[in-house]
Design a protein around this ligand. Structure first.
Ligand SMILES: Cc1ccn(O)c(=O)c1
Ligand SMILES: [Zn+2]
Length: 260
């Protein structure tokens, strides 16, 4: 079976052949239209809480279609739209070949140059990510937009400075310095949109409570270039760029906002 990807022959429009849920009713990403979001005070009565811990030697790897950090320490979130405690499993990014594209969620039809996903699983109900991944309340993913600024993002710099060491597929390294993923969050995590959706890559399980923050984090052009220098395979293979799925219809879903 041809493996899925983002090319003309194996990209998002072809995924439904092997993963019929791609045509489902709670697919992600979506276009976020703030005026269509319903402000829900229940989200603020029970504020979203993040308790992330430092990773002593965080593993960073190149699985071939993104760059991913696997989390071992106990980093958990709760509150907001979530029932129970969700544990951070991994984070990764989606980015463009140019600054005009790259994010998966869009804001009033606008794409950002990249989007960071912090993937958590419902540790109250399930014993592992693998058990939670296909359950309707199994996962919670933070979506954070990246925008270009003249200054590098210090938290991401620990990663972008070493991406050359995971340039090729299946390469992995450990970040020497202790790393707390909390440095990746925007300053204000009280302003977000939330809706019920899915993984944005196969198997596209409809198991994700999405929490997309209004405030982007700011990265430099050089940091974007570092992401675009990652390769899909071994030396000489194509760069990893435009690894984003375009938005799907919201359909009958309610998009909620934690703010007015
Ligand atoms: C679990 C999972 C896998 C892929 N992506 O893109 C996600 O955002 C989450
Ligand atoms: Zn993702």
């Amino acid at each position: 079976m041809a493996t899925w990807g983002y090319g003309n022959d194996n990209g998002p429009a072809t995924w439904v052949k092997s993963f019929p849920v791609a045509a489902g009713t709670r697919q992600s990403p979506i276009d976020i239209v703030p005026t269509a979001a319903k402000c829900d005070t229940k989200l603020t009565e029970n504020p979203l809480t993040v308790n992330y811990s430092p990773e002593p030697a965080m593993e960073l790897c190149n699985p071939g279609l993104s760059v991913k950090a696997n989390i071992k320490s106990k980093s958990v979130i709760k509150g907001g739209p979530l029932e129970g405690e969700y544990k951070l499993e991994q984070f990764h990014l989606h980015w463009g070949s140019a600054d005009k594209q790259g994010s998966e969620h869009t804001l009033n039809g606008k794409m950002f140059p990249a989007e960071l996903h912090l993937v958590h699983y419902n540790a109250t109900k399930y014993s592992s990510f693998g058990e939670a991944v296909d359950k309707p309340d199994g996962l919670a993913v933070f979506g954070i937009f990246l925008k270009i600024s003249d200054k590098p993002h210090q938290g991401l710099k620990s990663l972008t400075d070493v991406l050359s060491e995971v340039q090729y597929k299946d390469k992995s390294i450990n970040i020497k310095q202790e790393y707390n993923p909390v440095c990746l969050l925007p300053d204000n995590i009280n302003k977000y949109w939330t809706y019920l959706g899915s993984l944005t890559t196969p198997p596209l399980c409809e198991s994700v409570t999405w929490i997309v923050f209004e405030e982007p984090i700011e990265v430099s052009e050089d940091q974007m270039k570092a992401f675009r220098a990652l390769c899909c395979g071994e030396c000489g293979s194509a760069p990893i760029v435009d690894n984003y799925r375009p938005p799907l219809p919201l359909g009958n879903r309610q998009l909620r906002a934690s703010f007015q």
